[in-house]
Write a protein that binds this ligand. Sequence first.
Ligand SMILES: Cc1cc2nc3c(=O)[nH]c(=O)nc-3n(C[C@H](O)[C@H](O)[C@H](O)COP(=O)(O)OP(=O)(O)OC[C@H]3O[C@@H](n4cnc5c(N)ncnc54)[C@H](O)[C@@H]3O)c2cc1C
Length: 377
Amino acid sequence: MSQQYDFLIVGTGLFGAVFAQQAREAGKSVLLLEARDHIGGNCHSEAHPGTNIIVHTYGTHIFHTNSREIWDYINRFTGFNRYQHRVLTTHRDRVYAMPINLGTINQFYGVNLRPSEVPAFLESKKGNIPNPANLEEKAISLIGEDLYGAFIKNYTIKQWGCDPRELPANIITRLPVRSSYHDSYFNDKYQGIPLEGYTPIFERMIEGIPVEMGVDFLAERDYWMSRARQVVYTGPIDRFFGYEHGRLNWRSVRFETELVDVEDYQGTSVMNYADIEVPFTRIHEPRHLHLEKEQTPGKTVIIREFSQVDNDRPYYPVNFAEDREKLAKYQEMATREGNILFGGRLAEYKYYDMHQVIGSALQKARKVLGGEDQTSV
Ligand SMILES: Cc1cc2nc3c(=O)[nH]c(=O)nc-3n(C[C@H](O)[C@H](O)[C@H](O)COP(=O)(O)OP(=O)(O)OC[C@H]3O[C@@H](n4cnc5c(N)ncnc54)[C@H](O)[C@@H]3O)c2cc1C
């Protein structure tokens, strides 16, 4: 069979879609493959039936970046509202601001510190652990036993499914503590939520490009490879190589969605739950992402998020030393695959925020397509 396409792109997530858009803009022919029954990868969003509230299928996604170039690029495909992300956490029936700031400290300890008093106060609370041997010791050496016990310990147990004393100290290098009342989660210059959710961005990016939905590229690899001169693969790298060096570990999440008959369930888009007695890690309430919209009165959608380990539903790379060793072997194998470009969070086994995936896809596309690379991310 003749090679019909310049590029076969495996995956319609952000990496695949941006690469496809750039290739097409450069006059190349592109075929997209997608294993799922929808486009957009983990950024996919859809209107909740009955309420029309836009739900982010794989967890709340907030767009944020400091790069003017990336902001201008994404704004070609959508407008954004002025949403600013703030995270709250419930601990013993009280609600605190996260990451830990002056308000959290004052409320938690029942004091009224000024910003300049925070460093000495925290110093007096810190544990004296010169050589922390695990995550727990490291955290106590950074913020002390009280704040660790309230906000980090049980949340970590729920997220990782194991005791923090079994986790390596190097997972954390710092725990952000703000000595002001500043409670915006991201500090980036540009942030917001796409006015119509994320899926329309993808529809516009790949408009006019054929997409084969519900197709697993690896099930008929030779056939699909024969259809194009070059392949861009955004699926899991270990799966591509038949798990020859073992499986990479991923932390995963599971969601339970509920429609409740109140207009506002929790007053915010994301509420963390720090206590071990609460089995979920957080509750999302997506109506709060779109305060600019008239939304169905008297009802709201809430989504409980549970953490789990599931390498078949990859969300966050675990990235232990054994994973890094396996990854290095797979990366070495990838360099021998002449006409295949590996990109995105699954193929690079890397936690990427959306702006980082866009930056990476733009950079790689420009390199391959022969244009000038001016992306500075
Ligand atoms: C819970 C959660 C919350 C997040 N929140 C934020 C946030 O607030 N802000 C932010 O900036 N980022 C956030 N992110 C990160 C964001 O989701 C990623 O940066 C982005 O989705 C990565 O895009 P990607 O194209 O690399 O991967 P993906 O979105 O995973 O796309 C890969 C696509 O390839 C397809 N595929 C894989 N293998 C095959 C195959 N063999 N054949 C065919 N198709 C295949 C998959 O089905 C998928 O559609 C969050 C991530 C998670 C997990």
